[in-house]
Design a protein around this ligand. Sequence first.
Ligand SMILES: [Zn+2]
Length: 199
Amino acid sequence: MIASIDAVPETRGEIILSDERSRTALWTVLTQIDADLADQAWARGCPQCGGTLHRADYPRKVRGVREETRRHSFCCAREACRRRATPESVRFLGRRVYAGFIVVLLTALRHGWSMHRVRVAQEQFGVDRRTLDRWRHWWLAHFAASRAWRVARARLLTPVEEASLPWSLWEHFRSNTDEPMVGLMRFLSPWSTRAAAIN
Ligand SMILES: [Zn+2]
């Protein structure tokens, strides 16, 4: 085996980024989880009035995977309410067009990997420097400052260093769970809805 030019050995995250079959397999699992989350949201009924929810799924563009996707969504059946309810998702992170796990891994690798690897991965997914800077800013200035994070981090087994988010979070799930990407995206699902994303 040829030694890597980088000090860090190939990680699971890197395999996900570099291998399309891994991405598709991961996406299939995440899609199933999203279907379950949607079923649970439907069973709870309208968050506003408790009324029955009607399906109002919509097509959702996603970069980083080659699958056709639809975002699960509902609309209250009561004429006087009609509130739209979009359940949490493990596939998306706010309104970003890239799959959530791509946003996590590409931002994370700026901490853990060499500049060379960062550039290769960036080019592969067509993520320009400005976009990556925006994502990083979001993790540090918005995510780390959100009330949802302060609540959620208390559930983690060990403390996570905020200055190196989301790398520190990815490392945490990598050392503590068998399916780190799935576990991490479940953890991040509250940030998939728009209200939480801008918090
Ligand atoms: Zn309602």
